[in-house]
Design a protein around this ligand. Structure first.
Ligand code: CA
Length: 226
């Protein structure tokens, strides 16, 4: 498994690389934005760790280029600021996850493993559904009676878990654990953010299957009658 680290703080990049090498990953470090983008465009990596503030080209620009070039490599943003704006910006541009500096290496490692595991499971074609709402786990296409939209990353994880647990309430703790490999207040906020993304997309395809919030507990799929 090959991981590309695009991070201009060399000591941090090197520390991450050391940990990853111990886990048998092959690691490449780029400390310059443009060079990092060029490297990522080779499309040989299984995962990219992408800093935001970088010389020559920032992480969001790189993210945008990669997604525009249809590079689907999972990307975890390494963000120095905890501002919600940065987070939303990254997620809207197609990052799979983000982690706020300073972070624990074991947390980063947990997130990397969750994402790689998900990628591996995507290799198997699978369509799961609930009342005409279908999700193709391989292509990430969510559809409702002929209307479709692509979802990816955490949105895909979220809908997959809700579909696999249809007819029951899924707790936010379970969602946080399964999606982020971690269970904390910050992850609960993430769950909320992704639920709102997903609701918007369900609306776009005119799905009558909605995500119902069960106050203080979690979420559940529900069919809304017209
Ligand atoms: Ca930086």
């Amino acid at each position: 498994m090959k991981i590309l680290i695009i991070e201009d703080e060399y000591s941090l990049a090197d520390a991450i690389a050391e940990i990853l090498k111990k886990e048998n990953f092959t690691v490449t470090i780029q400390t310059d934005g443009q060079k990092g983008e060029d490297e990522a465009l080779t499309n040989i990596y299984d995962l990219i760790l992408l800093d935001v503030m970088l010389p020559t080209k920032d992480g969001f620009e790189i993210l945008e280029t990669l997604r525009n070039e249809n590079i689907k490599t999972p990307i975890i943003m390494l963000t120095a600021k905890s501002e919600i704006y940065d987070k939303l910006n990254g997620l809207e541009h197609g990052a799979d996850d983000y982690i706020t500096k300073p972070f624990h290496m074991r947390e980063l490692l947990a997130r990397i493993k969750v994402i790689l595991k998900r990628q591996a499971s995507l290799e198997n074609t699978n369509i799961i559904e609930y009342n005409n709402l279908k999700l193709n786990l391989k292509t990430g296409i969510m559809s409702f009676l002929g209307q479709e939209i692509a979802i990816n990353g955490k949105e895909l994880d979220l809908l997959e878990i809700l579909l696999l647990n249809k007819n029951q309430i899924v707790s936010r703790e379970m969602l946080a654990n399964k999606i982020w490999g971690y269970n904390s207040e910050a992850e609960y906020n993430n769950v909320e953010v992704y639920v709102s993304f997903l609701r918007r997309k369900l609306k776009l395809i005119k799905s009558n299957v909605k995500i119902k919030a069960v106050r203080g507990i979690g979420y559940k799929l529900e069919v809304e009658n017209a």
